[in-house]
Design a protein around this ligand. Structure first.
Ligand SMILES: NC(=O)c1ccc[n+]([C@@H]2O[C@H](COP(=O)([O-])OP(=O)(O)OC[C@H]3O[C@@H](n4cnc5c(N)ncnc54)[C@H](O)[C@@H]3O)[C@@H](O)[C@H]2O)c1
Length: 322
């Protein structure tokens, strides 16, 4: 029995892949435009199928051919491209995701783990509280990407209740670490890459709100979170959607202090803000709105393995070796 990852050569998919390989899973990657750089270290240990989630027949044939028991659906048009090309993002993220659920349902796949984003939460002024949980209905998605992710959440729930497909949505705070250097989290990763190489860098203004409660997960740990979600005992699953982020939030100030502990010679310029930037207001965490993730730990039983310091040490080592 194999597992299949749509978008498996992307930033998160490639780390999920490594996590699954550590548990000796037979991994099929299904990706429309494979990023060979992200999988160069283990490409011989996975089966790579070049395919589009918009092609439901190819999805179904692939799932049946390899006897796939679990699908991790990560393929998507993400934030920047989604803004530039709303039609493509509606097509891939909405129709493509519906295709994935339909193919999995027809092929009797045992579980589909898929990803939403804390981007669905929207701005803090939509809420009368400072912490949101899974029970808070998403308000006012700020862009096409977030709107498609809400649609994914609704369809996941529908395929579960109407067709009995065991969908499990992880609404991810954000993944940080190697593999993306443009966009909202990308500029943050780029800062770490520069510092790891001994170059000067500035803290991006979107992360300079000193009190922001960040629950960003290092991509390696995020790979483990997703792999865990594919394996967790069905009896423990009390809802079909879990917020996923670090158990305890950390502030940008804590992040910078940890970084300076590891790299005392780092030439990092940080100018702190006493409120979020306008663009950060759209993202839970940097906006000041906290994104509660305790149920993922308390109900499902996930055990965090990397703390902030260890995550940063790994990110720096990765960038130096790249
Ligand atoms: N990175 C984050 O911080 C973050 C946060 C929240 C949610 N997510 C979600 O996690 C998932 C993975 O994100 P990522 O950051 O790894 O994205 P990514 O852009 O790095 O990877 C996406 C992958 O999907 C593939 N893909 C795109 N269209 C496809 C199609 N039509 N058919 C098959 N494959 C296709 C791409 O080739 C790419 O390899 C996405 O669904 C994203 O919305 C990511």
């Amino acid at each position: 029995m194999a597992v299949l990852i749509t978008g498996g050569t992307g930033q998160i998919g490639s780390f999920l892949c490594q996590s699954l390989l550590r548990s000796d899973e037979e991994v099929i990657i299904y990706d429309v435009k494979p990023n060979m750089e992200n999988i160069k270290g283990f490409k011989d240990r996975v089966r790579l199928v070049e395919g589009d989630i918009l092609d439901r027949n190819q999805m179904l044939e692939t799932i049946r051919k390899y006897g796939v028991k679990t699908v991790y659906h990560l393929a998507a048009v993400v934030v920047i491209e989604s803004r530039e090309n709303p039609v493509k993002s509606a097509s891939v993220n909405c129709l493509g995701t519906a295709n994935v659920f339909e193919a999995c349902s027809l092929a009797d796949v045992e579980r589909v783990v898929f990803t939403s984003s804390s981007a669905v939460i929207g701005r803090p002024d939509s809420y009368q509280k400072s912490v949101v949980t899974e029970d808070d209905v998403p308000h006012c998605p700020p862009d096409p990407y977030s709107a498609t992710k809400i649609m994914n959440e609704v369809f996941g729930q529908h395929y579960y209740s109407r067709f009995g497909l065991k969908t499990l949505c992880l609404r991810i705070s954000a993944g940080w670490g190697p593999g993306r250097y443009v966009g909202f989290t990308g500029v943050f990763n780029d800062m770490i890459r520069k510092l790891a190489r001994g170059e000067p860098a500035s803290l991006p203004q979107d992360f300079a709100y000193a009190k922001a409660p960040l629950r960003w997960v290092y991509v390696e740990e995020l790979g483990d979170c997703l792999a865990f979600a594919g394996r967790v005992d069905e009896a423990k699953i009390r809802r079909r959607l879990y917020n996923v982020g670090t158990r305890r939030p950390f502030t940008p100030v804590e992040f910078v202090a940890t970084l300076k502990q590891i790299l005392p010679e780092a030439k990092l310029q940080a100018e702190w803000r006493d409120k979020p930037t306008e663009s950060a207001l759209n993202v839970a965490g940097p906006s000041g709105l906290d994104f509660d993730c305790t149920r993922f730990y308390d109900e499902l039983g996930y055990k965090e393995t990397l703390g902030l310091k260890e995550s940063l040490e790994r990110a720096i080592a990765f960038e130096r070796a790249a």
